[in-house]
Every structure is written in C-alpha cells, then in structure tokens.
Design a protein around this ligand. Structure first.
Ligand code: GUN
Length: 282
C-alpha cells in the first residue's frame, strides 16, 4: 500500500516544539526577510514565512523593495541587518529581479545569520562534510521527512532531477553524507527515464508541472516532489500524483509535502542561529 509522506503534519509538530521552546526564552529570536520585486509566488512564500514566524513567537520583519531596486540598496539593507544584534536570521527571497547579481547579494549576508545556508561559507562547509551554521531548508526538510518515515537512505540509489543551488545540489550532498548513492540529472540528460527508473528514491526539483508519470519510476520507489508549479488548473507539483500513486511505496503530495517542511526548517534554523549567536556573546 502506498504511504503519503505527510510533510504538513510533521512540519506542524516541529513548529509546535519550536513554539514551546521559544516561549521559554527571555528574548525573542528575530527573522528578517528581504523581498525585492513583484514575483507573485515569492510574495506568497514570504507571507507564509512571516506568518509562521509570528505563530512560533519570533519577531519578524519583511523588507519589501521595488523591482528596480539597485544592488547598492540591497547591500545597504543587508549590512544594517548584519550589524543589528536583534536580528538572528537574514533571508533574501529568490529569485531577485533581473539585473541583480544574486551571488553578490547572498555573499553579503553574515554567515552566522544566513538562515538559508546559501552563502559560500555555509554551502562550502556542507560540501566538505563539515557542519554549517545552517543547512539549506528544503534539502534539510526532505531528509527529515524521509527519516521520520524510516526510509532507508544508506545504500539506496537516489536520483535528483535539477541542479539548483537551492535544492538539487545541496540535497545531493546531504544524501551522500547519509551514504545514499546519488545520481544528478538535468534537462540535458540523455535517456532520462532509463535513469529515473533505477531510483529507489526519486527527488524532482525540475519545475515542470506533472512531468513525472509512472513511466519514469520503478515499482515501489519513494517519490519526493519539490515542484510548486502554478498552472491554469491551480497549484501542481512536478509529479503526476494520481498516475504515480499506485507504483510508489511513498509519495509526497503538493501542497502539503515538502513546502511546509521547508518553512519549518527555516524556523528551526533561525532558532539554532539565535542560540549560536547568544553563545558568541558570552
Ligand atoms: N526561493 C525559493 N525557495 C527559496 C528558499 O528556500 N529560500 C530563498 N531565500 N528563496 C527561495
């Protein structure tokens, strides 16, 4: 029987624990989100992040900037947040408006406040197998969800579709550290189906609505859908859920799968950074 990997329910449980831990703190952790432009999906993500931070009891601030914001202006905001002792986590919502050098902006974030784990310092530590200040949220959420359902990572073959810095690259690194054998594929890969059909665990972060059908998957595979695609029929993942359901042993829904886990991991990271920063001050 196929099991649905209920990310929403695990994320809710994690957030309840974070809330109760936060209530015991003398000072509230604070998350700052910078959002530039008018990407409608980003707008929703940012709102959801702030809502969850408020629910847990964090202080939060969203700095909304126009589509024509300059790099200098973005950098100024980051420098101010880096210096502000009340701010524990800084997140720059991606994608940034066209013409902005994303790398330059992310690199301006103080690594100990980088709650996305996107700076070269934190990402480099992850790649080297050292502990970063924070692990990227979506990969961390995927691994946590798989482990919660006791899915064996060691000696499994994972195929990751997509090589983004946000999901594909970091999740492949994390899973290799768990002794999974990881194959990364992308839109240029030849004979894609032949490869995805060998996966014990298939992670799709391709951004292609309903792209993965049962022809792509092995019987009893674990299917993790990271896609959040807005189509004329509403929100849909990369995976054709109904088509793949019977063949899969475990499958994440969209919505209610990886999305809520990503937000829960952002909250967990913010609290962890708060604790690290408090230690620095002693
Ligand atoms: N855009 C899509 N996912 C993410 C994420 O996890 N963090 C940031 N900063 N931007 C994103």
């Amino acid at each position: 029987m196929t099991v649905i990997l209920d990310g929403k329910s695990l994320a809710d449980k994690i957030c309840e624990q974070l809330k109760s831990e936060t209530q015991k703190l003398s000072k509230k952790p604070k998350l700052a989100v910078i959002y530039a432009g008018d990407n409608p999906a980003s707008q929703i993500y940012v709102k959801n992040k702030q809502k969850k931070a408020d629910y847990i009891g964090f202080d939060s601030v969203v700095i909304s900037l126009p589509n024509d914001v300059t790099e200098e202006n973005l950098l100024e905001h980051i420098y101010i947040l880096n210096e502000d002792d009340d701010v524990n986590g800084i997140l720059v919502q991606l994608p940034l408006p066209e013409g902005i050098n994303t790398q330059k902006i992310i690199e301006a974030i103080e690594p100990v406040k980088d709650c996305d784990g996107f700076t070269a310092y934190n990402f480099g530590r992850l790649a080297l197998g050292y502990k970063p200040y924070a692990y990227p949220c979506t990969p961390k959420g995927i691994v946590k969800l798989l482990e919660h359902y006791n899915i064996k990572l060691q000696s499994s073959h994972t195929v990751v579709i997509g090589r983004s810095n946000i999901v594909g690259k970091p999740v492949s690194l994390l899973l290799q550290q768990k002794n999974s054998t990881v194959t990364m594929v992308n839109s240029y890969t030849k004979n894609l189906k032949d490869i995805t059909k060998t996966a014990d665990i298939l992670i799709s972060a391709a951004g292609l609505p309903n792209f993965i059908t049962k022809e792509f998957i092995k019987n009893n595979a674990v299917i993790v859908d990271v896609g959040i695609n807005r189509t004329e029929y509403g929100l849909t993942g990369d995976v054709d859920f109904n088509d793949c359901f019977e063949s899969a042993s475990f499958i994440t829904p969209v919505p209610g799968g990886i999305g809520p886990m990503t937000i829960a991991m952002l909250m967990e990271n913010t609290l962890e950074l708060y604790k690290i920063q408090r230690l620095f001050k002693i």
